[in-house]
Design a protein around this ligand. Structure first.
Ligand code: SER
Length: 356
């Protein structure tokens, strides 16, 4: 059931539409960080949408919040009538582990929702006459390494290499990258009344993300943040992948900074629609070692889950970020140790103060 707070009615029935930066999936891990960063940066026109009510702390940082489903056409039509949207951060998605339990639902949300938002962006641009920036977080799940030997030999992969994902989520992300490029460059290319250049589509392929403030749910890179939060909370943790399992990661603040940096980049500097980003590529064993160093009482065991292990094994060991570095100045801010020392440990211990 869609519900829009009564405070929206002024915008809805007023003679002019309020300007807005729309964030979908606002209640997720990236949404939390992004809303705070935009608010701290002085942005006062964030309209945040999520399937569930947002916590008060997030609501306070938004112009409006809406509870609704991105697959609901009526809701998106209302958005069109209520707001003049300049930028969309489309974060809503079902992550890789959750998607494998309900692949068709994942497709509906991840692809159907994205195409709805792309159409909304195009209609917005037609209605106010300016290109709408569409920022789309893609994922390391867009890759698919056929076996561990190929993974080890490939090292850092570039955006177009090894893109045969094995998960529904990965297929969805890869296809939505293509949809974004289509809407940006070729949308309705044969239509008589075609308007070109409606959407400025930009995407980052996130590696696994580690936040000190929130705990992920439904992902397959979750073993890293779960291990760290469990140790800080004094809970034992059974890691669901082997200690040698290696994929790239970055901290949540780095992911947010990079997203905003890409959003702010001059369009003329961008040579592609989709960019790899990543900061460090530790094995699960490396992460466990550092967790034990900072939390000496931590109890970590390795009890690989064959199916989830296979998913992580299909993701590359590392990604080549040179396009992001050259085009819009992406720079990792941390290595694994500095991520622990300067960000994760201080903030996580503040989150679970009874353990200190
Ligand atoms: N964190 C995501 C997942 O595990 C990958 O991008 O599904």
């Amino acid at each position: 059931m869609t519900s829009i707070p009564a405070t929206n009615t002024a915008a809805e029935f007023g003679s002019r539409r309020n300007t807005a930066i729309l964030i979908t999936g606002a209640g997720g891990e990236v949404g939390h960080g992004l809303i705070s960063a935009l608010h701290d940066g002085g942005s006062r026109d964030v309209v945040a949408m999520d399937i569930r009510e947002l916590p008060d702390s997030l609501r306070a940082q938004c112009r409006e919040t809406m509870v609704g489903d991105i697959c609901d056409d009526a809701l998106l039509s209302r958005l069109l009538s209520m707001y003049e949207i300049s930028e969309i951060h489309h974060l809503a998605a079902l992550l890789s582990t959750r998607s494998e339990f309900a692949p068709e639902t994942a497709h509906k949300v991840n692809v159907g929702g994205t195409i709805n938002l792309l159409r909304l962006a195009a209609e917005q641009a037609r209605s106010h006459g300016r290109r709408v920036k569409f920022i789309f977080p893609s994922s390391i799940a867009a890759y698919g390494m056929p076996d561990l030997r190929t993974k080890a030999a490939a090292g850092r992969v570039r955006e177009h290499e090894h893109t045969l994902p094995t998960t529904m989520y990965g297929c969805n992300k890869l296809y939505c990258e293509q949809l974004g490029r289509y809407y940006a460059r070729h949308y309705r290319q044969l239509a008589q009344d075609r308007m070109a250049d409606l959407i400025d589509f930009r995407s980052v392929r996130f590696p696994g993300l580690i936040s000190a403030d929130t705990i992920p749910s439904g992902g397959t890179s979750d073993f890293a943040p779960e291990m760290i939060h469990a140790a800080a909370e004094g809970r034992p943790y059974a890691c669901f992948v082997r200690p040698d399992t290696t994929i790239p990661f970055m901290t949540m603040p780095e992911a947010i900074d990079a997203t905003l940096q890409l959003a702010a980049a001059e369009a003329s500097t961008l040579t592609q629609c989709v960019y790899n980003i990543s900061s460090f590529s530790p094995s699960a064993g490396d992460i466990a070692d550092l967790v034990r160093e900072f939390f000496p009482d931590a109890t970590i065991t390795f009890e690989p889950d064959e199916a989830r292990q296979a998913i992580v094994d299909s993701w590359p060991e590392d990604v080549d970020c040179s396009a992001a570095m050259n085009d819009w100045g992406y720079r990792p801010q941390h290595d694994l140790r500095s991520a622990f020392r300067d960000y994760l440990v201080p903030q996580i211990t503040a989150r679970y103060p009874e353990r200190v």
